[in-house]
Structures are given as C-alpha cells and as structure tokens.
Design a protein around this ligand. Structure first.
Ligand code: GLN
Length: 192
C-alpha cells in the first residue's frame, strides 16, 4: 500500500512523518508527472486552500486528482484539504473538487480564536487531540455524510464514502489513530 501526499503547499511534511512512524510507504504529489505513480490513497494537507487550489490548476494536476477521488480513491483531508473537497464554501466563491457533500465556513473561528487545542470524541476511534489553526468548520451536511466529531456544537470531522475530512490537524499531535483509521480505509479499498 502506498499513500500519496499532496505536497504543493502547507503541512505535508508532518503527514509524511506520521506515515513514516506507521511504516506506511508514501509518494509526494508535487507536479503532474507524480500523478502517474502507483498509489492507493491521497492526503490533502492543511495550508492555504486558495493557494493550493490555484497551484493545482496551474500545475495541471487538478483534473487527474479530481477524477481519482470521483472514482473512489480514499482521501484524508485536513483543514485546507477539507475546503478543497467541500461541495460549497459559504464565505468564499472559489470552487474546488466538490466531491464531499458538505458546506464549510473558512476561518470560521475568527481571528481571536484562530488557533487552539482541545480533545473530543471522534466516532469509531475515541477521544482524540485536536489542533485547530485558522480552521474551517462544517455548517451543513447532505445525505450520506457521517458526522464523526463535533467541537463546541460545530461539526469538525466527517466521513463520506472513502473521503475522511476534518477541520483540525491530526498530523500535528502525537496520536496516530486517525492516520491508522485512514490506512484501514485505503487497505480495504485496495483489496477490491
Ligand atoms: N485558513 C486556511 C484556509 O482557509 C486553512 C488553515 C489550515 O489549513 N490550517 O485555507
């Protein structure tokens, strides 16, 4: 099993470090040619969704990754990655993959509470640490979306088919369970 990490901008190295700790092979997606390697799942890291979205289009990577996700390739999306997957962004007109039927609000915690740390229950895993950095949260979900976690009443983690998306940064905490959970989804999908 090989997991691809989108590495055009943002916190991709931290995801790679987590995969190394778990002994999972990975490749980086930095340019179009990288998309023709063999991999079984994709991680969309945090960072700046507007920059990532722009680079994906400029580097001509957007359509191929979009197609892979539409065809069911498992994705773990964190923070900016969640914004890239969302069907709609309530406070931004830019549109990206739109494969995850949720509405998100960018920078939803405002300036004062831009970054914080907490612990909450994540369905199927237990209490997990959550680090939020200028995070979005989910303001609406459509049919088929499983809500996995809430923080202060706001939806911060969901699963829809093979797409696992969250507002916070599991790669920044010393807890590997979310990456393990994702690796299980990838392993199951690779078997089919
Ligand atoms: N605020 C960023 C955005 O809107 C997301 C922040 C993050 O990924 N840590 O894209």
């Amino acid at each position: 099993m090989v997991i691809a990490v989108l590495a055009v901008q943002g916190a991709f190295a931290e995801h790679e470090h987590m995969l190394e700790k778990l002994g999972i092979s990975y490749v980086e997606l930095r340019k179009k040619d990288d998309l023709y390697q063999k991999y079984d799942g994709i991680i969309l890291p945090g960072g700046e969704s507007t920059v990532q979205g722009k680079l994906l289009k400029e580097l001509d990577m957007y359509d191929t990754i979009h197609g892979q996700i539409q065809q069911g390739m498992p994705v773990l999306a964190t923070c900016a990655g969640l914004i890239l997957l969302a069907d709609s962004v309530e406070n931004d007109d830019r549109e990206y993959f739109k494969t995850l039927p949720v509405t998100v609000k960018r920078n939803a915690y405002g300036r004062q509470l831009g970054s914080f740390h907490t612990k909450q229950e994540l369905k199927g895993i237990g209490i997990v640490p959550m680090t939020f950095i200028r995070a979005p949260y989910i303001t609406g979900v459509n049919e088929g979306v499983d809500i996995l976690a809430k923080e202060n009443g706001h939806i911060v983690a969901v699963r829809y088919k093979n797409q696992l998306a969250m507002s916070f940064h599991p790669e920044l905490d010393d807890d590997e369970r979310i990456h393990k959970y994702f690796a299980e989804i990838v392993r199951e999908h690779a078997k089919q």
